[in-house]
Design a protein around this ligand. Structure first.
Ligand SMILES: [Zn+2]
Ligand SMILES: [Zn+2]
Length: 944
């Protein structure tokens, strides 16, 4: 009996919380429709899967092309909440019905509060009386959890309302604008152009940066340096003027630089090197980027570490440790980690007060370790992240480092030069934090007035550099400065831009589509791409959190903003659409058509068909087939084939690794090479000539005209004819093979751990590549290929029907009749010859005349003797004759007649075992009948 129900954000945190609160009591894990609960005493914990409901428009808005539900109508459309995790919702409500108290223990931030409120509403819907409270914690550690559950509070509805407002606004902006732009550009399906409240301004920044880079005009400048040497060490001193912008001035200074090189001054100094401040989400992501982790990966790993109690909550803006944080205790805890030595060093050398950053907020402390971990338990990547967080924490408690600096001034012919050195005197925090390089430059001692050897003077010509593209972590920093998105969403926004093919590469650069969409929006409704709008909404969120404004009020204002944007957009719909279409057509172009010199481009058709075609179609029919779009949507990449000068092709699919096809023509040639070699009359040299004439496939060859082929390949028409005929035969074989592969795909249900490719290879090695082979395969062979016996029977039966059906059709049996034969159980051509016409006729319901015609066709094809045609009288006579035999009655006659035994002679001449097998009458019985007939005949002869 559950009295106290605890609702956590995820299953893993539900389990951790149960482990902590049970304090050694036995925990019972129970699985209900795949969802786990953890019970101890009268308490049960259950984990959600983040949001278990989502908001969507009420029904009636799914048709993009609807006249009434226009993109603009989505702004004012009513929204509803729909369960996305039905099993969890059902279980939550089932548990809540019986509970006396429910504690919401979701993550402690806006998103977590909203997830908590969603749970609250689901619970209230089934239990109006239950007490619902809220536990807030920043780390899933015993101390924090115990404290949180003994100091529970109320759910913060204002905080949740801010989250809800964001959800509604994001949905209405994203959905209405995405539909508008996609429809204007006539794009649908996988090809839609998405627009979003945070996404579009972020993309705008990347596009702006790209434009700055393009517009950048590098300027030349010159730098002077002089080389000298002391105590065997080479030293480079730079001219104190710095950059010369005039070449003549630099040259003048160079020419004046003359020996002797004299030391004029030596300045010593000391530099304090402050220990770094604690991690908030952004600084953490920047540091993790140096470990080679993308922002999204860094967050995923950090969340995992949090859920498992290794580090504190990773979504935080705070860079100041709160006084309540027991640093002593954390040090003690992590002392048992593999970093014992470093922890002990810090314990012995602690600075008076930990470092602090600029932002202090009350929700979560900065990211810090909460428990010991080992590489074995975490795996490499997670352990590297854990180590980073732990070392950062140690660094914030370590003393500053101290550098000794040295600045030496030189004079050579009146020109002044300088060299600087730095030496780490006290490494301080660098001892435990090796991630930031502390580069030392140690100079030998110098004395003023000292003369040094003058080795050489160098004049370097350099160019100013354009601003650099954004890395993911730099972009996140910039988004934070501009108030774009939140600490929880920034990395997701970037991942979305990548998955929507708006940006690519590291560092990030916009794709053509990303750029075109941004520029169109900028031109016609620039508020969508400017950060100000998003920032305003973020401010409004803050006001909701502080209960200074209501959710409805903020959403209303956002609606008005969006309506204003639509006023501009709708007025320019045609211009925007044409602009995007014209400019993005280029993104599909691959390069020159090898046949006619036109433009090859990727074409996407309805129903997932995609291929590469020529711009001069129908005059030029050159084309290259591509896998269906469900295997990946074809896009071009920047890489270009050295041989064919065509852009490479990549297939991209949501949630899957992209499939790189490379140069489409190289790929086309490679994938047709094997089948071309099957043409016996195609010699190697001819094959090369074929390629040179842009004939790449067996089909193209098979459909060639002999005269023109002869001319193009410079061969005789006769040879060309042979080649074409051979190609036709190979083409037919290829067709049958692909039919066999398709048959296997259609009849084998996909199962984990077995691939069609594997099965097909195995069958191929057993010599089965076509349906004819499959129809005659035995079960053992299929079994060896990984197909179960039960499946094999079904596959063999189906293969027979399909294959024999083809043969019968070829023989000339019309499709309508064929259906009737199959339904009556006559599937093989042989069965036409082994059954009497009247049996076939009776069972199929077709006239004996028609059936006889069919049977004759089949028997002629199989080179079997044509069946005798029995008249009704003959049949009747035979029947009477048989009935006279001892033991034969009407039932036996019915069983015998399908095997063609219609009279005594037929029965006497037949093979008893064969007839037994066909009719089911025991062989010894048949032998008895035969003996009886023989006896009768003998008697008859004697009587004669
Ligand atoms: Zn062409
Ligand atoms: Zn190529």
């Amino acid at each position: 009996m559950t009295v106290h129900l605890i609702v956590a954000e995820k299953n893993i945190s539900a389990r951790r919380i149960a482990e902590i609160l049970s304090e050694g009591k036995k925990i019972t894990e129970h699985k209900d429709t795949g969802v786990s609960t953890y019970s101890f005493g009268d308490t049960t914990t259950v984990g959600l899967r983040g949001h278990v409901v989502e908001i969507d428009f009420e029904p009636g808005y799914t048709n993009w092309r609807s006249e009434e539900a226009t993109p603009r109508s989505l702004i004012d459309a009513k929204t509803i909440k729909i369960p996305t995790e039905r099993k969890i919702v059902a279980l939550l409500q089932k548990l809540a019905r019986r509970a006396e108290r429910v504690t919401i223990a979701t993550d402690f931030d806006t998103e977590g509060e909203l997830i908590g409120k969603e749970a609250y509403e689901l619970i209230r819907a089934v239990n109006g009386k239950v007490i619902i409270d809220r536990a807030r914690f920043s780390a899933i550690t015993p101390q924090e959890i115990h404290h949180a559950f003994s100091h529970t509070t109320e759910l913060d509805f204002a905080l949740a309302a801010a989250g809800e407002a964001r959800q509604s606004i994001d949905l209405m902006w994203g959905a209405s604008l995405t539909r508008f732009i996609s429809l204007a550009a006539r794009r649908g399906g996988q090809n839609i152009l998405s627009v979003g409240r945070v996404q579009s301004p972020t993309l705008g920044m990347i596009v702006d940066r790209e434009k700055e880079i393009e517009a950048f005009v590098p300027e030349k400048y010159w730098q002077l340096s002089v080389d000298t040497e002391k105590m065997g060490e080479r030293i480079e001193a730079r001219h104190t003027h710095g950059r010369f912008h005039e070449k003549s001035a630099a040259e003048l200074a160079r020419d004046r630089t003359q020996a002797p090189l004299v030391v004029t001054d030596v300045k010593f100094g000391e530099k304090q090197d402050r220990a770094p401040s604690p991690f908030d989400t952004t600084t953490y992501i920047v540091a993790a980027a140096r470990l080679g982790l993308s922002a999204a990966n860094a967050m995923r790993i950090a969340e995992d570490l949090y859920m498992n109690g290794y580090i504190s909550y990773p979504r935080t803006d705070n860079t100041v440790y709160p006084p309540s944080l027991d640093i002593e205790d954390i040090l003690k805890t992590i002392r048992t980690s593999p970093f014992k030595k470093d922890v002990e060093w810090v314990m012995a050398n602690r600075r008076a007060v930990p470092t602090r950053g600029k932002k202090s907020s009350t929700d979560h402390p900065p990211i810090h370790p909460t428990g010991p971990a080992s590489r074995e338990a975490l795996g490499d990547d997670a352990f590297r992240v854990y180590e980073l967080v732990l070392r950062r924490f140690l660094a914030t408690l370590s003393p500053d480092a101290k550098w000794k600096t040295l600045k030496v001034l030189f004079n050579a012919g009146g020109e002044e030069y300088t060299a600087t050195g730095g030496q780490l005197m006290e490494p301080g925090w660098h001892t435990v934090y090796p991630y930031s390089e502390a580069q030392e430059t140690i100079l030998p001692p110098f004395e003023p007035g000292e003369h040094l050897p003058f080795l050489k003077v160098t004049l370097d010509e350099k160019e100013t550099q354009p601003p650099s593209r954004y890395t993911q972590s730099k972009l996140i920093q910039r988004m934070e400065e501009l108030g774009l998105g939140t600490k929880s969403t920034r990395h997701e926004v970037i991942a979305k831009l990548v998955s929507r093919k708006y940006v690519e590469g590291t560092p990030l650069r916009p794709t053509l589509v990303g750029r075109v969409v941004t520029e169109s929006l900028e031109q016609h409704a620039d508020m969508i791409t400017r950060p100000d709008m998003t920032q305003t909404i973020e401010d409004h969120m803050q006001q909701i959190k502080e209960s200074r404004r209501t959710r409805e009020d903020v959403i209303r204002e956002s609606r008005q903003m969006l309506h204003r944007a639509f006023d501009q957009l709708e007025a320019n719909e045609a211009v925007i659409g044409n602009d995007i279409r014209d400019r993005t057509a280029e993104e599909m172009n691959l390069g020159k058509c090898p046949v006619c010199g036109g433009m090859l481009a990727i074409k996407h058709l309805r129903g997932n068909t995609q291929f590469i075609g020529c711009s001069r179609y129908p005059e030029c029919t050159f084309n290259i087939g591509l896998p269906m779009a469900q295997w990946g949507f074809a896009v071009r990449t920047d890489e270009v084939c050295d041989r064919h000068h065509l852009n490479f092709i990549r297939l991209v699919r949501k949630g899957a690794r992209p499939w790189d096809i490379g140069c489409p023509l190289c790929h086309h040639i490679d994938s047709n090479r094997e089948s071309l070699t099957e043409i016996p009359s195609l010699s190697e040299s001819l094959a090369l000539r074929l390629l040179a004439c842009h004939i790449y496939t067996v089909a193209e060859l098979a459909h060639s005209n002999p005269e023109s082929l002869a001319k193009r390949l410079e061969i005789s028409t006769e040879t060309a004819e042979t080649l074409i005929a051979d190609a036709g035969r190979v083409l037919e074989k290829l067709r049958r093979r692909s039919e066999c592969r398709k048959f296997m795909r259609d009849h084998l249900t996909p199962r984990k751990g077995r691939s069609y490719a594997k099965i097909l290879t195995s069958l191929k090695s057993a010599g089965i590549t076509e349906l004819s082979g499959l129809a005659h395969a035995d079960v053992a062979m299929l079994h060896a290929a990984g197909i179960s016996d039960a499946e094999s029977d079904e596959i063999l039966a189906q293969a027979k029907i399909v294959y024999y059906g083809q043969v019968l059709k070829e023989i000339g049996i019309p499709a309508v009749s064929l259906k009737k034969y199959v339904a009556a159980g006559f599937t093989s051509p042989e069965s036409f010859c082994t059954h009497p016409v009247d049996v076939l006729s009776k069972r199929t319901g077709m006239s004996p005349g028609t059936v006889k015609r069919h049977v004759d066709l089949v028997c002629t094809y199989l080179k079997k003797p044509l069946q005798k045609k029995y008249s009704r009288i003959q049949i009747e006579r035979g029947r009477k004759e048989l009935l006279k035999i001892k033991g034969i009655d009407v039932g036996v006659i019915e069983k015998l007649s399908p095997s063609g035994i219609i009279n005594a002679s037929a029965l006497l001449e037949s093979d008893a075992d064969k007839i037994a097998a066909e009719t089911g009458i025991p062989a010894h019985k048949i032998r008895e009948y035969q003996a009886a007939i023989q006896r009768k005949r003998d008697t008859a002869i004697i009587q004669l």
